[in-house]
Design a protein around this ligand. Structure first.
Ligand code: DGP
Length: 122
């Protein structure tokens, strides 16, 4: 295995297992560093999660060495939105920690679209 594909994984992390392919998902985009797949409980007509394959628990756990990866995640979110035909707009959300509403402790971007979003979020 190439060293670039030796990614850190966390035991008992659902999204690490999805990234490894041991839990199935409906993939919409994948490259060496990230995976995008449809959310199991969509809250919008389009609801895709974009995750790093490397385990990072949340935005709050990201460090300087993740800078390029974090930028890549956002670019992939935009690519997914284009691929999904969200020309009228979309929302990218990353819930962080208990008060942020995070339920899966593996950093992920929600790409939401296909309907008009409200503000402020609940
Ligand atoms: P958050 O609450 O921000 O941590 O978002 C976690 C999202 O992950 C939530 O919208 C539901 C989704 N989710 C949880 N488990 C699975 C799973 O096994 N497969 C898929 N596709 N999505 C999942």
């Amino acid at each position: 295995m190439a060293s670039s594909t030796l990614l850190r994984m966390a035991a008992d992390c659902i999204f690490c297992r999805i990234a490894a392919g041991t839990i199935p998902s409906t993939k919409v985009f994948e490259d060496e560093r990230v995976l995008a797949f449809r959310d199991l409980h969509p809250v919008a007509p389009t609801h895709v999660l974009v995750i790093p394959k490397e385990h990072i628990a949340s935005t709050a756990h990201a460090v300087e060495t993740h800078e390029a990866l974090l930028g890549h995640l956002l670019l992939v979110a935009a690519k997914v939105a284009e691929q999904e035909g969200l020309a009228k707009g979309f929302r990218v959300v990353t819930n962080t920690g208990a008060d942020g509403g995070q339920t899966v402790d593996h950093l992920h971007l929600h790409v939401l679209g296909g309907r008009s979003m409200t503000w402020p979020p609940g």
